[in-house]
Design a binder for this molecule. Structure first.
Ligand code: SAH
Length: 213
């Protein structure tokens, strides 16, 4: 588990690439420079960890492309101390980026193998989300709601109502919606019953899986 000056250099380059691609939130770019993505990947991918690409992480899942992580993180408009719910912990990389941005992160994963390995990895790297949970993200986390923002990191066939219900007024849900590809969608809660919707083009995610625990 080594993080060297070479890795730091590659991270700085990756942040510059993402900035060129349109990421402007300094807090996001700082987090990309800080989080050692190579330690979230199988060591056979280590040399490629700072390319702007997705990679397999086991259990048929993928670590999202850095641009996608940065794009979703930017849409969340994270401020220090925000309560953020993530659906699809996966490798824990997105979780780590949100923690580096100063969020209190709650994250749910439905594949037990990934839940276990990521629960061991994050503390080893000194990364401390508020809660990692094994369970079904469609239901959200009613006991810890409401959240300042919610990020879904798998492709959702539809927008789960429990997630909308768990947003604060003014809160933001960032979710890729559709089969393949998905449309990146932002919903902002205006009041008890109304949500403003914005769409941001096509992305490709592994599917958000229903209730098979
Ligand atoms: N944020 C992750 C991306 C992982 S890919 C990262 O940075 O690595 C999406 C993840 O969503 C997978 O790990 C998959 O197992 C998980 N997932 C799929 N359906 C889910 C559900 N209903 N609830 C919680 N997690 C789910």
């Amino acid at each position: 588990m080594k993080d060297t000056a070479k890795h730091q250099g590659l991270r700085n380059q990756l942040a510059a690439v993402l900035e060129k691609k349109g990421i402007t939130d300094k807090n996001v770019l700082q987090a990309i420079k800080k989080v050692p993505r190579h330690l979230f990947l199988n060591s056979s991918f280590e040399d490629y960890a700072y390319q702007d690409k997705a990679f397999p992480i086991g259990a048929g899942q993928t670590i999202s492309q850095p641009y996608t992580v940065a794009f979703q993180s930017q849409l969340l408009e994270v401020e220090k101390g925000h309560q953020v719910l993530e659906i699809g912990t996966g490798s824990g990389y997105q979780t780590a980026v949100l923690c580096a941005m100063g969020a209190k992160v709650f994250s749910i994963e439905r594949q037990n193998e990934l839940f276990k390995s990521t629960s061991l990895l994050l503390p080893k790297l000194g990364i401390r989300p508020k809660l990692l949970m094994f369970g079904d993200g469609y239901k959200g986390l009613p006991n810890d709601a409401p959240f300042d923002s919610i990020i879904v990191t798998a492709g959702a066939p539809m927008i789960p109502n429990p997630l909308l219900a768990q947003l604060k007024i003014g809160g933001r849900l960032v979710i890729p919606v559709g089969e393949d590809p998905q449309i990146m969608t932002l919903l902002i809660r205006k009041n008890e019953t109304q949500f403003e919707k914005h769409e941001f083009g096509e992305f490709r995610f592994v599917p958000l899986l229903e209730n098979k625990n």
